[in-house]
Design a protein around this ligand. Sequence first.
Ligand code: GAL
Length: 393
Amino acid sequence: MIMKKFAYPIKARILASALSVAAIAVSAAESGKSIVSGELWPDDKGIHINAHGGGVLFHQGVYYWFGEHKVAGGAGNTAQVGVGVYSSRDLCQWKNEGIALGVDDDPKSDIAKGCILERPKVIHNAKTGKFIMWFHLELKGQGYGAARSGVAVADQVTGPYRFLGSFRPNAGVWPSNVSDGMKKPLAPEESDRLSKVAMPGNFVPEFARDWVFRRDFAGGQMARDMTLFVDDDGAAYHIYASEENSTLQISRLSDDYLKPAGKYIRVFPLAFNEAPAMFKCRGKYYLFSSGCTGWAPNAARLAVADSIWGPWQALGNPCSGPADRIGKTFDSQSTFVLPVEGKKDAFIFMADRWRPDNAIDGRYVWLPVRFGKDGRPFLEWMDRWDMDAFNNR
Ligand code: GAL
């Protein structure tokens, strides 16, 4: 192996690295004022932005982009470093602000190096002045079985964030939109039967019995792909793929944003949505999501509701364009919707083009959310665009 590594002549290596630096410098100059989805996106040091499954917080005139800091190769699918943060005033040029939350070298920690820490989102609590980060956490060595939520807090937006702990949300609380007849833990024989069912991440008849949230009543609901949403009145919500990925749940956070407040609903039971990303426009709540096909892209979905507590109405695939592109959300999966400050009804759909074989090379797809004549949001591919796309609409 070592021989192979050094078989590449040193001169060629220097030339190749000079060429790639030049290529990055050119694309940096070009992309300085526009968004170019799917390409390398250099930061202030010319290095591809490393903030996957991310979300953006606007605070005091500056945007902060938080995301998974991945490393090269397949190891990048586990957390070797933590959550990175970048800052920007124009959404095109980003400065690397370092690691906001680092993984822990202590193997006993819930966020031990090598755990799976995905889709971090940060919100600011105006009452406490704190910055609060939530993320999907899988304990080291347990694959995707733990399905927990991690919470961390900081006094400064860029951190350092202090890890507070992890849990499955809403333990001991029934969803508020199920019938009273369903509000009972599984009987021992139901429990026994469910424990023997393989959960492949897609439909199995046992799901139809709505058994999974009842199974998880005492220990808390499973929480994988997630986002956070803060409403106009300051109320914050945690939206996550639950019940073995079969059902989304929307859960109100406590006033300090550090824990569930004790009210949640099930959304689209058994529809297998993940990658939730919410925004609010003209009084309506919109929710992007995807189907469950792991790192491989599938068709996006959009839903709308007049109240965050529903009822939610599915609007289908929001993408417009050639069938092969829109069937896979332009080769990406949603992670967040970013409201653009100072522009009316201006939102950016943020998505990831995963590269699981070389995780650090994952790309970003950012597209302006457009609105049809009927007011319905849609997405269309754009090779290159800038914030002027939101003018004169
Ligand atoms: C995707 C999910 C990603 C990651 C991946 C692992 O479905 O959206 O965040 O968990 O699966 O396969």
